[in-house]
Every structure is written in structure tokens, then in C-alpha cells.
Design a protein around this ligand. Structure first.
Ligand SMILES: [Zn+2]
Length: 289
């Protein structure tokens, strides 16, 4: 299996920026961590890949936190990404297949909500929300950036699974296209439409190095083969630490902490993103405890 990668560049003639990522290992790590079934795993993989594709829009200590919220059983889905392409997420409903569900039951009958917050060094520098009307993770992310940030943006993500639960993902990959200010949107529209179709997903799922894949993509979109540069290696990486979790536990009401420690001297807390377990002693959280 080829390693994950992220590359970026520009389709010059079209004046469209692209970000292309292979997120196979990233998605496999996340799916194992959340023990997601194939239906939930596909949705989660598309959200994580969308996150990885956003890394080129960030620099320094900036971070995006993307939240999809649907009125159906899927509920909330959260994905964080920073400029180093450290991607992590929270999947609230990892088991969907047992319910024998239809798409509208998963996503709900009403529109969802998409919210994206941009942080720099931990402080919010920008935040926006739009409806998520498409019952589709990548489609709704494209809708968000096109509407809220007013930059015409399209995502295409694809994932294929193995039957082996220890190696759940055979291939996961995605492409983001984003119009530059002088882009001819009438020329961009049919390209956007093409990357939404199933044959394009097959190209994303091919086993080949990024240069070859970009050549295939360029051919499919009737564009010249673009130059590209490598971005950071995408990965399911969490920035949690004992100190950070301790900090958020200290924000809990004193009465709640007293209750937690009323009959024990230590408590185990799992990071919501990576499920790593941290143990806290009573005397770390309660003075004179
Ligand atoms: Zn963590």
C-alpha cells in the first residue's frame, strides 16, 4: 500500500487551486479508533478527508474546526485540521448499519447545519455557519465554503473498504478545487459537476503516485497536467495531553468534581478525539482533597 500524501497546486488555465490527498492510513486509524461500521465509516472517512484537503488553506498555528450537524441518526460530526495536516475527528454515531437505514434516516428529513471555526493559536479568528442541505458530507462542505467564505469550492472524496477489520480501508482519497479570484465560473461549473460523479471517484481510488493521479485527473477534466508541490503528510493525530485535559476538567463546577471524587481517589478520562485514556488524581483537581 502506498503511503498517505497531500499535494497542492493550480490548474493554471482554469485558474483553480487544487488540493489532492491520499488519506488511507488516516481514515483507517480513525475508523479503528471509533470502531465504526462500514456505513458510518464511509461518512467519517469523507469528513476526515475533507479536513485533510483544507490544510493548504492554513498556515502557522491556524486550525479549522468543521462541524456537520444533521437532524437524522448521524447527529454531529466534528473534524479538526491544522497546517501540518494533523487531522482528528469525533463521530457520534459509529454504528449505523445494524439499523438498516435509508439515507434520509441517517441525515434526517430537514436540512443540517455546517459550522466552521478558524483558530489561530487557540483563539477564534473567524467563524461561520450555513445550512447543510445536501445530506452529503463533501457536498455540504463545498456549499459552506462557496456560501460563507464566498470562494467557489468543490470537494470530491472516495473510500473503498477491505473486509479485514484490522486493515479496514483499502483506499481513501479526495480532491478539493477552489476558484481563484479571476476564475471564469462558467468554465468551472462543468468541472465541478464532473468531479461529483462516480467515474471520478474511481480515479481518486486508483493506486498510483500523486503525479500519475494528477495526470489522470487533468485528463478527466480536460486540463493541462498541473505542477504540484508536496504538503505535510496527513495523519490521524491528536494534540491532547494530560495538561490540556486537566485544564478542561478544572473548568467543571466544583460540586461536580466533588461528586466524581466522593468515592474514589482517581478518575480515568478519555480524549473524545483519539480515545486515549488519562488518569487524574483527586489532589490534582480538588484542593485539600
Ligand atoms: Zn486525543
Amino acid at each position: 500500500m502506498e503511503a498517505d500524501y497531500s499535494v497542492r497546486g493550480t490548474f493554471r488555465e482554469l485558474k483553480v487551486r487544487f488540493s489532492l490527498a491520499d488519506t488511507t492510513s488516516l481514515c483507517a486509524d480513525a475508523i479503528r479508533t471509533f470502531d465504526a461500521d462500514p456505513l458510518a465509516a464511509e461518512i467519517f472517512a469523507n469528513a476526515l478527508t475533507t479536513g485533510a484537503l483544507l490544510a493548504p488553506l492554513l498556515e502557522g498555528a491556524e486550525k479549522y474546526s468543521c462541524q456537520w450537524e444533521y437532524p437524522g441518526l448521524l447527529g454531529k460530526l466534528l473534524v479538526d485540521v491544522n497546517a501540518r495536516c494533523d487531522v482528528r475527528g469525533i463521530l457520534n454515531a459509529p454504528h449505523l448499519i445494524s439499523e438498516n437505514l435509508k439515507a434520509e434516516e441517517i441525515f434526517g428529513h430537514e436540512d443540517g447545519l455546517m459550522k466552521v471555526i478558524k483558530f489561530d493559536n487557540g483563539s477564534i479568528i473567524n467563524s461561520g455557519s450555513t445550512k447543510a442541505p445536501l445530506a452529503d458530507i463533501t457536498g455540504d462542505a463545498g456549499f459552506f465554503f462557496s456560501t460563507s467564505d464566498q470562494i467557489e469550492t468543490e470537494f470530491a472524496c472516495a473510500v473503498r473498504f477491505n473486509a479485514d477489520p484490522t486493515q479496514p480501508v483499502r483506499k481513501a482519497a479526495g480532491l478539493m478545487l477552489q476558484a481563484m479570484p479571476d476564475c471564469d465560473l462558467a468554465a468551472f461549473d462543468p468541472i465541478r459537476e464532473r468531479i461529483r460523479q462516480n467515474p471520478f471517484r474511481e480515479i481518486l481510488l486508483e493506486e498510483c503516485p500523486p503525479g500519475q493521479k494528477l495526470a489522470r485527473i487533468a485528463a478527466a477534466l480536460s486540463q493541462d497536467i498541473p505542477e504540484f508541490s508536496y504538503g505535510p503528510l496527513p495523519g490521524f493525530r491528536c494534540s491532547c495531553s494530560h495538561g490540556k485535559l486537566l485544564g478542561s476538567m478544572k473548568l467543571m463546577p466544583r460540586a461536580d468534581l466533588a461528586e466524581i471524587f466522593s468515592n474514589r481517589d482517581s478518575v480515568a478520562v478519555k480524549c473524545e478525539f483519539c480515545r486515549r485514556e488519562y488518569r487524574f488524581n483527586k489532589n490534582e483537581l480538588i484542593k485539600n482533597g
